[in-house]
Design a protein around this ligand. Structure first.
Ligand code: ATP
Length: 361
């Protein structure tokens, strides 16, 4: 059982850099948790605290039912894979993978068996006699992964393991890694600033900002229901659209005025806001039509980008811009008028004073 529990974990560098600030997070046994956030938000530091490479200034780290806060890394039953492959250039693939086992004085036949089995798993069996210089980047990274998992750790920690690979290799290795970790069923923490990687790999994603976890949920949850404008714009490509408008209340109904346009606002939302609000809607949740419609927002096409599987339109409503995803046969021309209907059940409402979601409940 390797549940990881972080309780009030804080790490301060120097006198004022709060790299990790009061983080509470529980990672279930066998769960794949991604720490996602912009550069400098504290992901690596948090992972290094779990590994025992940094000592927290506050809080504690539990692995299973053991408090490991004061234990050195080697007594935590963890293995790490870093961004740089960190393989030994003077050792063969076999010896690289076997390194940790040899240090642990594991008997030779057992080393042979475990290295063989892991090499099979990461598809390195044909390369065991080669040296790292004779391998591709992807193969080298597989050596690093193999070296970690051969130790049969209770917890696997990975810090941007794909970021040194080129785009195609990254895509292939991502799927391989997902399959591998699902087979291993090892509790895993994976650090990345790449939101696509996070969505693709994680059972859950913890989104970090300035040392804090600002939202934690399944990939679809954080994508569909961001609690803040920050999460909505950090996850998704293009980012979620945010359109600001004035709240109008008349005859018991509420509407948002965006330039000359109006959109209905649920009464329960309006009741929680003052004069302004922000509509959050994803590009694929806006229905576009070239035909004038009274129940839709009128906009003007600015840019048309054919992206193979769909068109990405940039359109303006008043002085604000929106991204809209349409089918490739949509008749879009720059400067042409267009009418937009956001799918009502996909709209998220935000309070511009705080940047946080206003929910119906
Ligand atoms: P990146 O994606 O760029 O690796 P990150 O989210 O992993 O970023 P961290 O490396 O955890 O961020 O850094 C968090 C903050 O702590 C940053 O402001 C960083 O400059 C600071 N920091 C990290 N390590 C140290 C250190 N050893 N000494 C001083 N400050 C540090």
């Amino acid at each position: 059982m390797a549940e990881i529990r972080l309780e009030g974990v804080t790490k301060i560098f120097g006198s004022k850099v709060r790299a990790v600030d009061q983080v509470d997070l529980t990672i279930a046994d066998q769960e794949f948790m991604v720490l996602l956030g912009p550069s400098g938000c504290g992901k690596t530091t948090l992972m290094r605290v779990v590994a025992g490479l940094e000592y927290p200034d506050g809080g504690r780290v539990m692995i299973g039912d053991r408090d490991v806060t004061d234990l050195p890394p080697r007594r935590r039953q963890i293995a790490m894979v870093f961004q740089s492959y960190a393989v030994f250039p003077h050792l063969s693939v076999f010896e690289n993978i076997a390194f940790g086992l040899r240090m642990g004085r594991i008997a030779k036949p057992e080393v042979q068996r475990r290295v063989g089995a892991v090499a099979e798993l990461v598809q390195l069996s044909p390369y065991l006699e080669r040296y790292p210089a004779q391998l591709s980047g992807g193969q080298r990274q597989r050596v690093a992964v193999a070296r970690a998992i051969v130790m049969e750790p209770a917890v696997l920690l990975m810090d941007e393991p794909l970021s040194n690979l080129d785009a195609l290799l990254r895509l292939n290795f991502r799927a391989e890694l997902k399959k591998l970790v699902a087979e291993l069923r090892t509790t895993t923490i994976y650090v990345t600033h790449d939101q696509v990687e996070a969505l693709s790999l994680g059972d859950r994603i913890a989104v970090m900002r300035e040392g804090k976890i600002v939202q934690c949920g399944t990939p679809m949850d954080v994508y569909d229901r961001p609690h803040t404008e920050f999460v909505g714009s950090f996850i998704g490509n293009p980012p979620m659209n945010f359109v600001r408008g004035r709240l109008e209340r008349a005859n018991g109904a509420s509407r948002i005025a965006i330039g000359e346009q109006r959109l209905a606002v649920p009464a329960a939302i309006a009741a929680k806001l003052e004069n302004e609000l922000v509509v959050g809607i994803r590009a694929e949740n806006i229905e576009a039509t070239p035909d004038a419609a009274t129940d839709a927002l009128q906009a003007q096409v600015q840019v048309v980008e054919p992206l193979g599987s769909h068109l990405l339109l940039t359109a303006s409503v008043g002085d604000q811009e929106l991204k809209i995803q349409t089918r490739t046969d949509f008749p879009a021309q720059p400067n042409a008028p267009i009418w937009l209907r956001p799918e009502s059940d996909k709209i998220r409402w935000f309070d511009p004073r705080t940047g946080t979601e206003v929910s119906l409940t």
